[in-house]
Design a protein around this ligand. Structure first.
Ligand SMILES: NC(=O)c1ccc[n+]([C@@H]2O[C@H](COP(=O)([O-])OP(=O)(O)OC[C@H]3O[C@@H](n4cnc5c(N)ncnc54)[C@H](OP(=O)(O)O)[C@@H]3O)[C@@H](O)[C@H]2O)c1
Length: 305
């Protein structure tokens, strides 16, 4: 059954782990990257979504396309220019794949894309399912445009799966090492009220959901990709401090201070959503990491880094 998987943005945090796991299962993996030298151990096709260039051989290679490409949301302050890039890098890349699929002979059976639970905005304690109302802040608008671009693949009779990822936990990058840093330095504290929910997912479970989306022909449409037990920011910070064996010494960091440092990007840490994993579990998917404690132990049990 294994086939050829083309991963756009495969050089990033999720892409690297997903590539390893797919190869372990016997799949062939190639990347679609703006810089073919970035990970030379992988077969890589070049593209430049901003300027509409894609090596057409990429499309004829693939049985399935996973499109993880997008400018990082948490790495730079959200200037107007950065916001444009966050949006356009996702929409342009999906549009370019769509055009290339239209114009070239191909045998692509599925298109799998992440979106994000930011689509639900700041939704307090309410449990958000795939049918819940969308917000209209910046991240929600990005997610809506990103998902609309992905839906075009259905017009080409390609099975399309959209995975609304929660906060992906890894000790190799993403949010976790950034949240852990002040705690390790003895300056850890909950952020804002500390009551905002964090719907997290262990990176291995996230990748296993991508693999399930490739393999299960019944999977189509939108699924939340979060662990079944989200926690509040305060609980997250406390459990992480325990896993790192560090005390939490400071009071909560006030929202205005975060706003001063991060600008509008503070939205990412000050707002939250409590998201349901029911739909993906109803497909028969089982999580390896159901509780935050287990996920953190997998990263920090043996070495504290
Ligand atoms: N990590 C999370 O917690 C999380 C949560 C929700 C959603 N997601 C989404 O899942 C996807 C993958 O996440 P990740 O954490 O693996 O991201 P990442 O580490 O930032 O990697 C994304 C990849 O996208 C490509 N890329 C970066 N800027 C680009 C641009 N301007 N135009 C086109 N491609 C660009 C890069 O590949 P090349 O340099 O090789 O082209 C990069 O390796 C992203 O779209 C992200 O928004 C992630």
């Amino acid at each position: 059954m294994p086939g050829k998987i083309l991963i756009a943005g495969g050089t990033g945090l999720i892409g690297v782990r997903l590539s390893e796991m797919l190869i372990d299962l016997g799949y062939e993996v190639a990347h679609l990257s703006r810089d073919p030298e970035k990970l030379p151990s992988y077969k890589t096709f070049k593209w430049d979504p901003q300027n509409g260039y894609i090596d057409a051989n990429a499309i004829s290679y693939a049985d399935y396309i996973v499109n993880l490409a997008g400018a990082n949301v948490g790495s730079d302050k959200w200037t107007d220019e950065r916001k444009k890039k966050i949006l356009s890098s996702r929409v342009d890349s999906a549009n370019l794949i769509y055009r290339s699929l239209q114009e070239n002979e191909h045998h692509v059976k599925g298109y799998i894309t992440p979106s994000a639970i930011g689509i639900y905005g700041n939704s307090g304690e309410q449990l958000m399912s795939e049918e819940s109302t969308y917000a209209s802040d910046f991240l929600a608008e990005v997610c809506k445009a990103w998902e609309a671009a992905a839906w075009q693949m259905k017009e080409l009779n390609i099975r399309t799966v959209i995975l609304r990822l929660g906060l992906v936990l890894s000790n190799k990058g993403g949010a976790l090492p950034q949240i852990a840093r002040p705690i390790k330095l003895g300056a850890g504290a909950p952020l804002g009220s500390g009551k905002q929910y964090m719907s997290w997912i262990h990176i291995d479970d996230a990748c296993r959901i991508f693999i399930r989306a490739i393999e299960d022909p019944q999977m189509e449409g939108v699924y939340n990709a979060v662990a079944p037990h989200p926690v509040t920011n305060k609980e997250f910070t406390t459990e992480l401090a325990e896993a790192l064996k560090r005390p939490l010494v400071l009071p909560k960091v006030p929202a205005f201070a975060l706003n001063l440092v991060l600008g509008e990007m503070s939205e990412v840490v000050l707002t939250g959503q409590r998201v349901s994993a029911n739909k993906i579990m109803q497909t028969g998917f089982t999580f390896e990491y159901n509780y935050l404690e287990e996920a953190l132990e997998s990263f920090y049990e043996k070495n504290f880094n």
